[in-house]
Design a protein around this ligand. Structure first.
Ligand code: PAF
Length: 278
């Protein structure tokens, strides 16, 4: 992988990189298309990273569809695909971690201890192997985006981070590989995440600026879908992930909830003193 990447860069090509865990959907493909539009050569990785799953999480059953994914990436014009075995990324005796202190314990990092440390560790390793000029991530994983930006800044990775908007189904559900776990009734119940974010956005559009009031309205909306268990609903600064009291200067509204045993996340960014964008 590194040889191929260096050869492309010697030819003066800008290398765009899309890291994935496979089970690709339109969200991933939007990242690939953004990379394709901005870079002379595009690399993608497929690696289900064991260290970002907790002991009771879905590592074993995480959807794997390598041949389908490989074909999709080829159709999008991806030139380089990196799909290493686990032992290559975590050789026996590997004990080195990349931890972004404080941030790794917020939002998903609080609910899923060790998850964000697993993400920053594997993304560092992938960056070292692929040596991209630009890497593309989806806004849906807002905590991941914040922590990777921080890591790149702190460790001086020579990589530009580009964040692409959330891709949604026609009814608003954010695309996720985990949506495949939902049965038809759960698929309907899952819409409460997007509905609640839209409610918050509407309240902000009508002039509400107090985060506590917005969170209370969101929690109230969740009670209308009792089968869905709220993990967190928070309004935070998009960079530090610290809670904000007032959304006038912009904020990240982030939600995580369990539909059955499936944990889904979604978010909306409230821009500074203007209307919200989903
Ligand atoms: O967003 C993902 O799919 C994963 O967290 C990533 C960035 C590929 C690291 O395993």
């Amino acid at each position: 992988m590194r040889n191929a990447s260096r050869a492309a860069r010697r030819e003066g090509k800008r290398l765009g990189f899309v890291p994935t865990m496979g089970a690709l959907h339109e969200g991933h493909l939007s990242l690939v298309r953004a990379a394709r539009a901005a870079c002379g050569i595009v690399a993608a990785s497929i690696f289900v990273n064991p260290t970002q799953f907790g002991p009771n999480e879905d590592l074993a059953k995480y959807p794997r569809s390598f041949e389908r994914d490989r074909k999709l990436l080829e159709e999008e014009g991806v030139e380089l695909l990196f799909a290493p075995p686990v032992e290559e990324m975590y050789p026996a005796g590997a004990v080195t971690w990349v931890t972004v202190e404080e941030l790794s314990g917020k939002l998903d990092g609080r609910s899923r201890p060790g998850h964000l440390r697993g993400v920053t560790t594997i993304v560092s390793k992938l960056f070292h192997v692929v040596e991209p000029d630009v890497a593309f991530f989806g806004q849906k994983d807002a905590a991941q985006v914040a922590i990777i930006r921080h890591m790149v800044r702190d460790l001086k990775f020579p990589v530009e981070i580009v964040v692409c908007p959330i891709v949604r189904e026609a009814d608003g559900l954010a695309m996720s590989s985990r949506n495949a776990y939902l049965d038809p009734e759960q698929r309907r119940q899952a819409l409460v995440l997007h509905r609640t974010l839209m409610l918050v956005k509407e309240l902000v559009d009508r002039g509400e600026r107090r985060a506590a009031t917005l969170v209370a309205a969101a929690r109230e909306e969740f009670t209308r879908e009792p089968a869905v268990r709220l993990d967190y609903f928070e309004i935070v600064d998009a960079g530090s992930l610290d809670p904000v009291e007032d959304v006038s200067s912009g904020a990240l509204v982030a939600v995580a909830a369990y539909v059955g045993t499936t944990r889904l996340i979604d978010n909306v960014v409230l821009p500074c003193n203007s209307r919200a964008q989903s």
